[in-house]
Design a protein around this ligand. Structure first.
Ligand code: ADQ
Length: 457
């Protein structure tokens, strides 16, 4: 079996005991690496200041080599904070208004990809299979090919791919499309994202789809398709079953005092629709006065990317909004919204999901959204909660038992919360069991196997 080489911006390095870090993606990819042996390469998260970074840091763990590189301050600024997070992220989440193009950041992005390729190429063996992850590294195959690498290279995009009219507002869109065409397999979260990619090639007259489904563009013929990412369903469900014993979960249960719990769990990011979600919750409470003091909305939101100005501003906006709603609706014995800015261990998270009658997952746009899947997996089969899910999350293509909402439609979302709170047990069970069956089949392991099978075929 060929070795596997995974490349991603950040690398989940195992701790000293060898345990994989929490998170299904890390677990699944490490399992694939363990089976085949191989390398996981990426940025260490550290800066080397102004100096060119020294050699790669190499950590060996059984048959897996973790290879980490530092980046200079300028690289971090231009490649990571700059082009990846202030151009590609907003554009791919349909936020043209937030994209900031600076020539130097674009060139920094391509420069760092060239640097990654130069570090990786000497470690490769001729029949290694290379799997590149996410929007930070789109041009990596181009750079590896330029160095003479002939291996099979696959790419998976974890975030959405917008239609041509949005994507092509980006000045370097042609390099990005060409970059994707250098792979042997390009995977997306949903059929919509794949259709946007294939459609974009055709629309611009730079490619076409062949009768067998493959694509041709920029002189290359390659495969593409939808590979919806999953979670470790059984493991997550087991966490949730055991979670009641967890002190923190028991405390949470006691503190909601028999009220219905509504839960939201998201990184602090404008794509997650937090302000619209708080508006919808407020609308739900004001339109249903009998719910006063009967519900608690817990929003668990660790800060992310605080170095990017939009994120810093959002931290203030969301906190102020939650405070305002609590001030307006709360009483001496009831705080309607609990807003927490911290990470929670996975077993605790599973327990909180299970306590919640409603899972509110209402991103304005999301590649997949694993929280939606985790919420479903964590439910008690005898008394499952209801998932209220944005139609603009990739997960909406799969989770047919959810109440689908348009997160921009505040009244519609408020009505869905009310419907979820009042939903009879039979309907809750029926909606939940179909979704759970699906999640037991479409696990993160299956995602990994399907992608690697198609890449190596
Ligand atoms: P994200 O945008 O990070 O991922 P998501 O898919 O929801 O979004 O994954 C977040 C993960 O972080 C979940 O596993 C969740 O449990 C965890 N998490 C969130 N808040 C947490 C908290 N407070 N404490 C602990 N854990 C927390 C990107 C794309 C998604 C895509 C994934 C995977 O934006 O669309 O689903 O990659 O491909």
């Amino acid at each position: 079996m060929s070795r596997l080489v995974v490349v991603s911006n950040r690398v989940p390095v195992p701790d000293k005991s060898g345990a994989a870090p929490a998170g299904g993606l890390a677990v699944a990819l490490q399992a694939a690496l363990k089976e085949r042996g191989g390398i996981w390469m990426g940025w260490s998260g550290k800066s080397s200041g102004e100096e060119e970074p020294a050699d790669l840091t190499i950590l060996e763990q059984g048959n897996i080599t973790f290879a980490l590189t530092d980046l200079t301050d300028r690289d971090v600024d231009e490649y990571y904070h700059g082009f990846a997070n202030r151009v590609l992220w907003p554009i791919c989440h349909y936020r043209l208004d937030l994209a900031e193009y600076a020539r130097k950041e674009m060139s920094g992005y391509f420069r760092v990809n060239r640097f990654f390729a130069a570090k990786l190429a000497p470690m490769l063996e001729p029949d290694d299979i290379i799997w590149v992850h996410d929007y930070h590294l789109i041009p990596l195959a181009t750079e590896l090919r330029a160095l003479g690498v002939k291996n099979k290279i696959g790419f998976f995009l974890h975030i959405p791919l917008p239609p041509a009219d949005v994507l092509f507002t980006m000045p370097v869109h042609e390099e990005i499309m060409k970059g994707l065409a250098e792979y042997d397999l390009v995977g997306f979260q949903t059929d919509h994202d794949f259709a946007n990619f294939a459609g974009g090639l055709v629309r611009e007259g730079i490619g076409e789809q062949l009768a067998d489904g493959r694509l041709t563009s920029f002189g290359r013929t390659f495969k593409g398709g939808a590979y919806p990412i999953g979670i470790e369903t059984e493991a997550f469900a087991a966490y949730a079953r055991r979670a009641a014993k967890h002190a923190m979960v028991a405390k949470a249960r006691a503190s909601i005092e028999g009220r219905n719990l509504i839960i939201g769990v998201d990184r602090l990011d404008y794509s997650k629709g937090l302000t619209q979600r708080i508006d919808a919750f407020e609308k739900f409470v004001t339109a249903n006065p009998e719910q006063h003091n009967k519900v608690t909305y817990l929003q668990v939101t660790p800060k992310s990317r605080s170095e990017v100005p939009e994120y810093e501003a959002m931290q203030r906006t969301v906190a102020e909004q939650a405070g305002r709603v609590n001030g307006a609706l709360g009483t001496v014995d009831w705080v309607p919204i609990r807003y927490i800015n911290r990470s929670v261990a996975r077993p605790v998270l599973a327990g909180l999901y299970r306590l919640a009658r409603v899972g509110l997952v209402t991103p304005l746009r999301d590649g997949m959204n694993l929280v939606a899947k985790e919420y479903v997996a964590a439910q008690d089969p005898d008394d499952p909660g209801v998932l209220v899910l944005s139609r603009f999350a990739g997960a909406a293509r799969e989770l047919k038992g959810a109440l689908l909402v348009n997160p921009y439609d505040i009244e519609g979302a408020a009505n869905a919360i009310a419907r979820a709170i009042h939903m009879p047990l039979d309907e809750r069970k029926q909606r939940w069991s179909g979704m759970m069956e699906h999640l037991k089949k479409q696990t993160v392991q299956r995602w990994c196997d399907d992608f690697l099978r198609d890449l190596t075929a």
